[in-house]
Write a protein that binds this ligand. Structure first.
Ligand SMILES: Nc1ncnc2c1ncn2[C@@H]1O[C@H](COP(=O)(O)OP(=O)(O)O)[C@@H](O)[C@H]1O
Ligand SMILES: [Mg+2]
Length: 250
């Protein structure tokens, strides 16, 4: 398939979503540019996870527009989302490995879900994916035998096994110690370059956000209230962005 000639991989316009009286998206706009490494920040419960899921059609929205490579996803059918999901790798928040499957089967699962059934192809891709995350040859280990950091990295291998053009990571460093946070951040950056993928990362770790991102976007009370390069975000005068960024960067 040829790359569509669009600067933006995802364009979200006027997104609205409420749960009863809880307004989560209140006319939210967001652009994700092709090839960029974007970090999405915002307080707990601000809707970061929901936004990633909404962009994949995994959580229905009330109104608005979501374009994926120029194609409207919020149409009458699920066809657009199906195509989007084929092109996007997703690491869900607190995503766990299946404890009853070994590392090989955990990664192979993602490939089989996408319809891959050729054993030689699956073997090679699992092996490559483990090499990409710096843990070659651990196919036959079990989740119970892995440290927290290793489990996270295998979950990353599973997310990228399908070689997605776009990758969403929801809090990939949550619960890790500082050494593993640094290691996983380097991996994310390395994966985005090796796979030439557009990346959106949700994180609470402001140091990560500001050290590895091309752009940072902040979600607050249902909208993206600021976005820009780390330098631009540091210079923002909007008090709501300032308070959030200063609190965690100082
Ligand atoms: N399935 C759901 N039913 C009701 N409320 C939900 C559901 N999913 C998320 N929410 C609400 O939407 C808001 C955003 O949640 P979430 O996207 O998980 O926040 P974040 O990831 O930024 O911490 C929260 O107020 C949460 O309670
Ligand atoms: Mg979340």
């Amino acid at each position: 398939m040829t790359e569509p000639d669009t600067e933006h991989v995802v364009e979200v316009r006027g997104l609205r979503k409420s749960f009863g009286t809880n307004v989560v998206f209140d006319g939210l706009d967001l652009d994700v540019r092709r090839g960029e490494f974007m970090t999405l920040i915002g307080g707990s419960g601000s809707g970061k996870s929901l936004l990633l899921k909404s962009m994949l059609g995994l959580s229905p929205v009330d109104a608005g527009s979501i374009l994926f490579e120029g194609e409207e996803l919020l149409g009458d059918t699920d066809e657009g989302f199906r195509r989007a999901r084929e092109n996007v790798g997703m690491l869900f928040q607190a995503s766990a490995l299946f404890d009853s499957l070994d590392v090989y089967e955990n990664i192979a699962y993602a490939l089989r879900q996408r319809g891959e059934s050729d054993k030689a192809m699956i073997d090679a891709t699992v092996s490559d994916s483990l090499r990409l995350i710096g843990l070659p040859g651990i196919e036959r280990m079990w989740p119970a035998d892995l440290s927290g950091g290793m489990k996270k990295r295998v979950a990353l291998a599973r997310a990228v096994a399908v070689r997605p053009k776009v990758i969403f990571y929801d809090e990939p460093t949550e619960g890790l110690d500082p050494i593993n946070v640094t290691r996983v951040n380097r991996l994310l950056l390395g994966l985005s370059r090796t796979l030439d993928a557009t990346t959106v990362v949700v994180t609470h770790n402001m140091e990560s956000a500001f050290s590895i991102s091309d752009r940072v976007a902040m979600l607050f009370e249902g909208r993206i209230i600021g976005s820009g390069t780390p330098a631009e975000m540091r210079a923002v005068t909007d008090r709501r962005v300032r308070e959030f960024v200063d609190a965690v960067l100082d």
